[in-house]
Design a protein around this ligand. Structure first.
Ligand SMILES: C[S@@+](CC[C@H](N)C(=O)[O-])C[C@H]1O[C@@H](n2cnc3c(N)ncnc32)[C@H](O)[C@@H]1O
Length: 375
């Protein structure tokens, strides 16, 4: 395998030379490495580096290590004790070589991730499979003590573009709406919550986001039936109107038929999914403050992402204001104008981190349209 040196954060590793003729070079390489996931890894390193000393996990499992880059960055840039696992002998060999070159005392394990997570517990468990994390979540929920990190790259099933695959994997009904990124994030989060509560455990979303081709969850875990019941209480449905952009939320495991709050038309349930906050302001604040000392520069995509997350409302849907303007036959003003108008009318309104045309607000549809079309 031909190798090339790459530096991410403060860590330099060897990765396979990408094949420029391949449709998706990371997938055809002998060991997986995707430079487009740098922000995902940056966010993990920053999250762990920003934890207060008493909140740091005892150790961290990179359950699908590939080149080892993620786990090696966690070890070298946060000082945590790290185990890197992969079922591929070639991948683990490369990860071990990278660890030796960096002089990092990493434990490497050649195992199926489910087998390892079924027999050992780790302070933090990180799932980063190629595609869906669904087959690994039961074991991860038993293995992770304080934190669980999950990446999903199967955004088409999660967001409703591949409806049947989404239903099979996540036991939920997604829908390809204008807010499909939000649906994907919340269907995944709802699935993790349901996998966890059966062990009388609960979760707190600390830093979760959707981006281009993946969803990333960074979750705090809690013990006990109270935590589990509180987690279950956050599961519910979005009921999307079949005739207009109206929608409504409903808590509970069972979908209860509803009518559109805007036009009284029939609605279709999306879910079960997670309702409410997907980020913790304190965690996001700590991560933003830590950016420069973590060697991650201000003005980068991660900096901008965290700034948007800090101001983002926790509504489970958004309005795409361009689509809304087209629907009412108006030409859209700048997004800032619509947000200001909603604020002037006494509503909360913000942008969303995954789309430049998304508006999150607690205003009813009629008031959003009025703010959009006002002279
Ligand atoms: C997307 S790559 C991981 C990328 C890596 N975490 C990073 O940040 O560069 C997925 C890896 O999971 C490994 N893998 C797939 N199924 C596995 C399983 N059941 N148990 C352990 N490793 C597995 C593959 O060999 C591959 O190296």
């Amino acid at each position: 395998m031909d190798l090339v040196s790459v530096t991410e954060g403060r860590t330099t590793v060897l990765v396979p030379v990408p094949d420029p003729s391949a449709q998706f070079p990371p997938g055809s390489a002998p060991v997986f490495y995707n430079p487009r996931m740098a922000l995902n890894r940056d966010a993990t390193v920053l999250f762990l580096a920003a934890l207060p000393p008493d909140a740091r996990p005892d150790d961290y499992l990179d359950a699908m290590g590939a080149t080892g880059l993620r786990g090696l960055r966690v070890a070298g840039e946060t000082g945590l004790r790290v185990t890197i696992n992969d079922r591929s002998r070639r991948a683990l060999g490369l990860a071990a070589m990278n660890a030796a070159r960096l002089g990092l005392p990493i434990e490497t394990v050649l195992s199926d991730a489910n087998a390892l997570m079924s027999t050992r517990r780790f302070g933090a468990v990180d799932l980063d499979p190629f595609g869906s994390p669904a087959p690994f979540l039961d074991a991860a929920c038993r293995s992770a003590v304080r934190y669980l990190f999950v990446t999903a790259t199967d955004t088409a099933p999660l967001c409703g573009a591949h409806l049947r695959a989404g239903m099979r994997r996540y036991a939920a009904r997604p829908m390809n709406t204008e807010y499909h990124a939000e649906v994907g994030l919340r269907v995944l989060l709802g699935f993790v919550a349901r996998e966890l509560v059966k062990y009388d455990r609960g979760l707190v979303p600390l830093c979760c986001f959707a981006r281009e081709h993946f969803v990333r969850l960074q979750l705090g875990l809690r013990q006990g039936v109270v935590a589990a019941d509180e987690t279950l209480a956050r599961i519910g449905y979005v009921h999307q109107c079949s005739s207009c952009p109206g929608r409504t939320e409903q808590r509970g495991l069972v979908a209860v038929p509803s009518v559109c709050p805007a036009c009284k038309g029939t609605t279709v349930p999306i879910g079960p999914l997670w309702l409410g906050e997907v980020n913790d302001p304190l965690t996001i604040g700590r991560m933003r403050a830590m950016l420069p000392s973590a060697g991650l520069e201000r003005g980068t995509a991660l900096d901008r992402l965290l700034a948007t997350l800090a101001g983002e409302l926790p509504t489970s849907t958004h309005y795409d204001y361009h689509r809304l303007a087209k629907w009412v036959g108006a030409s859209p003003p700048p997004v800032g104008t619509v947000l200001d108008r909603l604020g002037e009318r006494g509503y909360r309104a913000s942008r969303a981190h995954y789309s430049g045309t998304a508006i999150k607000t607690d205003a009813p549809l009629g008031r959003v349209i009025e703010a959009l079309t006002a002279p």
